[in-house]
Design a protein around this ligand. Structure first.
Ligand code: PGA
Length: 249
């Protein structure tokens, strides 16, 4: 059985104080939940405050990126070693907004993924097609290329520390979510790819989140699909009540 994993991606929202207040409230609502993993990914700046507020919580702190080196002359970046020391557990890699605005590429995501794993952190690796790619019938090709690039040289033994998030770019922040069936089709395709690359057991154990306009109103149908094991939530993770409702799907 794959344990569901619901993660909030706060993007560039919430000050340090807002982040700490949020997780304190969320913690009260999430007490006692152990049949699913709950992750919140604030900005780097808010990580220490969130880690501190979640010290005795079942909610795990994450972040939204990490560098491929542990230190160096890389202005503006934060390394997995630093994040590990700060108490981070999960790192989102390859989000479509990083790909779109910060020039993130599959080879770079691959380097980052290797360093995240080397530092004992877990990764949420994002893949997904644009609307134009979907309309041209290229969804599977795009996903396959992204997976091949991101997972180059990643060994079987590391797969337990990796979650994949399928996030169709056209569904992110647009209010247009993929239908549960559309999403499941791609999730099943990703699982097949992983079976080919690794083996059936690894593919069966891999958790694949759906992301893109997940809300309290649609999470239940999405989670009802056989290959959807969780959600990566942007907009609806910014309010305690809506995120709590999604976790409680
Ligand atoms: P959204 O974002 O839920 O606001 O569509 C999802 C994401 O970007 O991870």
């Amino acid at each position: 059985m794959r344990k569901p994993i619901i993660a909030g991606n706060w993007k560039m929202y919430k000050t340090v104080k807002e982040s700490a207040d949020f997780v304190k409230q969320l913690h009260e609502k999430m007490k006692g939940i152990s049949d699913r993993e709950i992750v919140v990914c604030p900005t780097f700046l808010s990580v220490p405050a969130v880690v501190e507020a979640l010290r005795f919580s079942n909610i795990q702190p994450g972040c939204q990126d990490a560098h491929w080196e542990n230190e160096g002359a890389y202005t503006g970046n934060v390394s997995p070693a630093m994040l590990k020391e700060a108490g981070v557990k999960y790192v989102i890699l390859g989000h479509s907004e990083k790909r779109q605005y910060d020039g993130e590429t599959d080879p770079r995501i691959n380097l980052k993924l290797k360093n995240v794993l080397k530092n004992g952190l877990k990764a949420i690796v994002c893949v997904g097609e644009t609307l134009a790619e979907r309309e041209l019938g290229k969804t599977e090709k795009v996903i396959e290329t992204q997976i091949q690039g991101c997972f180059e040289g990643i060994g079987l033994g590391d797969m337990a520390d990796i979650v994949i998030a399928y996030e169709p770019v056209w569904a992110i922040g647009t209010g247009k979510n993929a239908t549960p069936e559309q999403a499941n089709e791609v999730h099943a395709f990703i699982r097949k790819l992983m079976e080919k690359k690794y083996n059936a057991e690894t593919a069966q154990q891999l958790r694949i989140q759906y992301g893109g306009s997940v809300k309290p109103e649609n999470v239940k149908q999405l989670m009802g699909q056989p290959d959807i094991d969780g959600a990566l939530v942007g907009g609806a993770s910014l309010k305690v009540d809506s995120f709590a409702a999604i976790v409680g799907f």
